[in-house]
Design a protein around this ligand. Structure first.
Ligand SMILES: [Zn+2]
Length: 398
């Protein structure tokens, strides 16, 4: 069920900030109204200080299936025809790297997407507790009764996701996918399998307000899903949206990573991104209040990507665009001393110099929405992955 997004916490606070600004201009003595002044103080603490980044009302977290980082960078930097103009725009106007990392032990689709949505490694890192990893290693179409909870790490009875945190906090959520096997997320977070909401008001157990999975053609393309996504954003203004574009992976398996067909698939995704940015910028509720995150589940070489020790398979991009994001910045320049560019290396989950991982994108999305981390997550669980020079916004006050 779709909730009234106008009542969401970030939206309410943003409205308050606007009210505060108007009142300040009219020189109204708001301190004489104690209850209002208290709310104003909270709002100012969130958004009024130059030392903090204000939460936004909307985040679109995108995974482009099989988007290898160095190949994307080369396409952007040798682009003469504007085929990759929207990726170039995200890089120019946002903060990015082409040298982020997948999971350490797996460079296949479902396990990495589960990491993005749960903030957990795929398998148990050496020396760490057996409750850290999500443990779902399969990549085929799941059985009808399979969930992450009954088919993942047997030491966990429930594996929480970004959808849980956003939905339990009263935000609206959506998942737009383009491979049938993504139904595992609907199975895991629907009204039957989702956890009871014990955060504030009861928003129910169905954590994904709108689930849509659509693709067509050979090699497969997300084009039919894209149309629904644009309409969904325009009509519902979801606070948290996860999007999966399959095109480069499908072209890679058929024609090879870096082949002309693969490049055309990346160009198709560039077109999706252009439509998405245009939709955001033409909508008064989304414009200036939406951050877009783009990363990938894995790279690839030849016609496959299943070797986690291979740089071509584990090197992926990570781009962040929107209000509060430092334009033209390298994400690795913004994050020291918490993240380190791994060069061509493959740091594990015990390294003292962690890289940016796709598995950290979920907790980044939640931070940008003003929310805390996914329960049980360990990747970017401190939410200290920064997208600008300023200190991370304080959390826990709302
Ligand atoms: Zn694949």
């Amino acid at each position: 069920m779709l909730k009234n997004v106008a009542l969401s916490v970030p939206n309410a606070l943003r409205a308050l900030r606007t009210l505060v600004a108007r009142n300040a201009m009219r020189r109204i003595a708001i301190s004489s109204r104690p209850a209002f002044a208290l709310i104003v103080a909270v709002a100012l603490r969130w958004g009024g200080s130059a030392a903090t980044a204000a939460p936004v009302g909307h985040v679109v977290q995108i995974s482009v299936d099989g988007l290898r980082g160095d190949l994307l960078q080369a396409l952007i930097e040798s682009d003469r025809a504007g085929d990759y103009a929207n990726f170039a725009r995200l890089r120019r106007e946002g903060a990015s790297t082409f040298n982020a990392r997948t999971d350490y032990t797996h460079t296949i689709t479902l396990p990495n997407h589960i990491s993005m949505l749960t903030g957990r490694p795929v398998t148990q890192p050496a020396g760490q507790p057996d409750t850290v990893h999500h443990g779902y290693r399969a990549n085929a179409m799941p059985a009808p009764d399979a969930t992450l909870h009954n088919s993942g790490n047997p030491h966990l009875s429930y594996i929480a996701s970004t959808f849980d945190v956003a939905h339990d906090n009263g935000l609206s959520t959506a998942l737009y996918a383009s491979k049938p096997k993504f139904v595992i997320f609907e199975h895991s977070y629907n009204a039957a399998a989702g956890a009871p909401d014990r955060t504030g008001a009861d928003n129910g157990r169905d954590k994904i307000d709108l689930y849509l999975n659509r693709s067509s053609g050979t090699p497969g393309t997300a084009a039919p899903m894209q149309a629904a996504l644009l309409a969904g954003l325009r009509n519902h203004h979801f606070n948290y949206t996860f999007v999966h574009y399959r095109d480069p992976d499908s072209a890679g398996h058929r024609s090879g990573w870096g082949s002309p067909a693969w490049n055309r698939a990346v160009k198709a995704v560039d077109g999706y991104l252009g439509e998405l940015l245009a939709t955001i910028e033409s909508d008064p509720l989304l414009h200036g209040d939406t951050v877009v995150i783009v990363t990938s589940d894995h790279g690839g070489s030849g016609r496959s990507h299943g070797t986690p020790s291979l740089p071509a398979d584990y090197t992926i991009p990570f781009l962040v665009w929107g209000p509060g994001v430092k334009a033209g910045a390298d994400l690795y320049d913004l994050v020291p001393p918490t993240r380190f560019d791994p060069g061509s290396g493959r740091p594990d989950y015990n390294t003292a110099r962690p890289p940016l991982r796709n598995g950290g994108s979920g907790n980044l999305a939640l931070k940008l929405l003003g929310l805390g981390p996914i329960p049980g997550s360990t990747i970017n669980a401190a939410q200290d992955l920064r997208v600008n020079d300023r200190a991370p916004a304080p959390r826990g006050e709302h």
